[in-house]
Design a protein around this ligand. Structure first.
Ligand code: NAP
Length: 227
């Protein structure tokens, strides 16, 4: 039977490449993002279902999962990839609004999607949830306080998820990429990883042998030395 996957943040960058590579590996994929034109392009390319959704509201997140499940029949793999860092800024410049916006997309949305997926997957005693964090979890850096705090929150959640999901036969992988050359930053970084390469690292965890679960995966471009 064809395997299925829901990928968030699939309109560009790492998520788009994960969707392409899973599709090439024979998966039925459901793709999502906010940008309708980019989403439509990807859906045309992969001939797959999808939905425009802004993950900053809890209701939209839960609706998104239901739409993916309805379109795919079941969600076997969830790739919680959508995320952002608005800007590098010192702690003294943090606003309430920036903090709330980052929490909603970088923490609440992947947690709610994992909850929805785990309910389904636990009933089948099968499935795989992949949370894309960041190597920022392993380092400390000035002007990254909000983003770092959010990825740390998701890191803590994922540690608990690994344990609860294992008990019901569900795999969980926490991915900690270093720099990837995507639109995540305002300026291109050709010295960073290609999104295709980052996606390959993620997809290999999903395609790992049945008896293997990759709990944690950290990778970086060779130029990166902040570890
Ligand atoms: N690039 C790096 O160096 C790097 C390093 C470590 C970790 N990461 C992590 O990897 C993941 C993917 O990053 P990327 O580099 O591929 O970034 P990207 O090119 O900026 O893509 C981010 C994706 O997230 C989606 N997204 C952002 N805000 C959203 C919202 N409110 N609702 C729904 N979707 C939203 C975007 O879709 P729309 O624009 O269509 O909404 C886009 O598809 C993120 O979690 C990021 O934190 C990236």
């Amino acid at each position: 039977m064809q395997r299925t996957a829901l990928i968030t943040g699939a309109t560009r960058g790492i998520g788009r490449e994960v969707a392409r590579q899973l599709h090439a590996a024979g998966f039925a994929v459901f793709v999502t993002g906010r940008d309708p034109a980019r989403l439509a392009d990807l859906q045309r390319e992969l001939d797959c279902p999808g939905r425009v959704a802004d993950l900053s509201t809890a209701a939209a997140v839960v609706e998104l999962y239901a739409a993916a499940r309805a379109a795919l029949g079941r969600v076997e793999v969830l790739v919680n990839n959508a995320g952002f860092n608005k800007a590098k800024e010192p702690i003294t410049q943090i606003t309430d609004a920036d903090l709330d916006a980052s929490y909603a997309v970088n923490v609440r949305a992947p947690i709610l999607l994992a909850r929805e997926a785990l309910r389904d997957m636990a009933a089948r005693r099968a499935g795989h949830i992949v949370n894309v964090l960041s190597s920022i979890v392993h380092v400390k850096q000035e002007n990254y306080a909000i983003y770092t705090a959010m990825k740390h929150a998701l890191h803590g959640f994922t540690g608990c998820l690994i344990k609860e999901a294992r008990a019901v036969g569900v795999k969980v992988t926490a991915v900690y990429p270093g720099g990837v050359n995507t639109m995540f930053r305002p300026q291109p970084r050709p010295d960073y990883l290609r999104p295709e390469s980052a996606a390959r690292m993620i997809v290999q965890c999903i395609l790992a042998p049945e008896d293997v679960v990759v709990h944690e995966l950290t990778f970086r471009p060779m130029v990166e030395t902040n570890f």
